[in-house]
Design a protein around this ligand. Structure first.
Ligand code: ATP
Ligand code: MG
Length: 137
């Protein structure tokens, strides 16, 4: 069994899609073992996306992530990291496969509705970034 970290991003919370997106995750076989709605601070968003510092889209990404509340979640299943990436779809919604979250809900490359960890190392880091052990049950 594996855990991954997910964010329902501002474009999705703003459009009241929290339940619809969580349903897609659950239908794919992922279990929500921690969840909270938060407003990210600028410092949190910059730290969370530190790997993208210096890229042309960085400032826009940070401003987007703090523009509305987000839902941060820990998801659990066999191969959760890969499974979540599959159900999310490609970063660019125009390239996302039919049936994926981004194909159905994303508005653009930046307003793409969800985040999901891309490796065991980033999953561990990202879960710890937002959750303490006792919040994951
Ligand atoms: P995420 O990390 O959010 O799950 P990802 O792994 O598919 O998405 P990354 O390459 O890690 O994509 O980029 C992180 C986020 O930065 C993307 O989800 C998107 O919101 C934004 N982003 C990435 N590339 C671009 C771009 N070229 N223009 C605008 N925004 C971008
Ligand atoms: Mg990524």
């Amino acid at each position: 069994i594996e855990r991954t970290f997910s964010i329902i991003k501002p474009d999705a919370t703003k459009r009241n899609l929290t339940g619809k997106i969580t349903a897609k995750l659950e239908e794919a076989g992922l279990r929500v073992v921690a969840s909270k709605r938060i407003r990210m601070s600028k410092e949190q968003a910059e730290g969370f996306y530190a790997e993208h510092q210096g890229k042309p889209f960085f400032a826009g990404l940070v401003n987007f992530m703090i523009s509305e509340p987000v839902i941060v979640q820990v998801l659990e299943s066999e191969n959760a990291i890969l499974l979540n990436r599959e159900v999310m779809g490609k970063t660019n919604p125009e390239e996302a496969d039919e049936g994926t979250i981004r194909k159905e809900f994303a508005l653009s490359m930046s307003e793409n509705s969800v985040h999901g960890s891309d490796s065991p190392e980033s999953a561990a880091r990202e879960i710890q970034f937002f959750f303490s052990d006792d919040e994951i049950v």
